[in-house]
Design a protein around this ligand. Structure first.
Ligand code: PEP
Ligand code: MG
Length: 295
């Protein structure tokens, strides 16, 4: 079967109506670029920047980040590379940040919440992304969004970063800004978020845990951690509708994006980008093409 799937590596997964579904890779380091390209990834739908921050004893410098994001952009151009800004919390601490002791780190100071409180960490990352955008098709997405104000505050910081780079004579380019939809709040305000951003990416791992109120790491409640639960599927559908009504791209980067049993439903809801572990890419392309023959 593996050999048969390789035949799908370079095909464009086009639907009967002509829509191309981007099948992209989730990666967390430059070492994973080759495997993703080898698998036929049409860009990167989720670059997790946590590893870059966890690998070093110090916070990674703006220059190191700019080099890393630029290499990534060059490797996949003209395809898009969606870089997610730092999504870290008390469950995965990093050097240079004092995380408070929290009873519920998954409901605590993580992702965009931490970044907005720590512009000394967030702004170097945003400046590095503006610099990398010169070298390819960089897009940026914000994790754990639950309020429109978080997006607006980030835009203000991006504006400051761009002004700082311009004043220093450093080359930069603007990037599309998107948000992850992974909290119930984000789903319920999706129409308002869609007016602020260029794309949505649904993070089904966290969205499932928060919709179902079932810790994604707790085996005792694993049965509830089910993306196919009608409540979670309804949340995905609401998000897709809000995004497509507003005319913005809606993608998905949680584990569910690579499931052949669910891909037809996600496409029917209007998703046009699915990002997954490289090992799932060829099967997903096959699934899109076969679904297209069926309709
Ligand atoms: C998600 O929550 O679905 C997601 C893609 O992000 P992470 O698994 O890194 O939290
Ligand atoms: Mg998440």
């Amino acid at each position: 079967e593996k050999q048969a799937l390789t035949a799908y590596r370079d095909v464009t997964p086009r639907r009967a109506d002509g829509t191309v579904i981007d099948i992209a890779a989730n990666i967390g380091s430059l070492e994973e670029i080759d495997a993703a390209k080898e698998a036929g990834a049409m860009g990167v739908g989720l670059f997790r920047t946590e590893l870059l921050f966890m690998r070093h004893i110090h916070l990674p410098s703006e220059d190191l980040q700019a080099e890393t994001y630029s290499s990534l952009a060059r490797a996949f151009a003209p395809h898009a590379v969606i870089v997610r800004t730092l999504d870290i919390g008390g469950d995965k601490p990093i050097a240079g940040v004092d995380f408070p002791d929290e009873e519920n780190p998954f409901l605590g100071w993580r992702g965009i919440r931490m970044c907005l409180d720590r512009p000394d960490i967030f702004k170097p990352q945003l400046r590095a992304l503006l610099r990398a955008a010169v070298h390819g098709n960089i897009k940026v997405m914000l994790p754990m969004i639950s309020d429109v104000g978080e997006v607006r505050a980030t835009k203000t910081l991006i504006g400051e970063c761009a002004a700082e780079l311009a004043a220093a004579g450093t080359a930069f380019a603007h990037f599309d800004l998107g948000v992850m939809i992974e909290t119930p709040a984000a789903v319920l305000i999706a129409p308002a978020l869609a007016r602020e951003v260029a794309f949505f990416s649904i993070g089904t791992n966290d969205l499932t845990q928060y919709i179902m109120a079932a810790d994604r790491l707790n085996p005792t409640v694993a049965k509830l951690n089910d993306v196919t639960h009608p409540a979670v599927m309804a949340a995905i559908e609401l998000t897709a509708k809000a995004g497509t009504d507003a005319g913005i791209m809606v993608g998905m980067c949680g584990e569910a994006a690579g499931r052949p049993d669910l891909i037809p439903a996600f496409i029917a809801m209007g998703l046009t980008e699915l990002s997954m572990s490289p090992s799932s890419i060829q099967r997903a392309k096959k699934c899109v093409l076969e679904g297209s023959k069926a309709d």
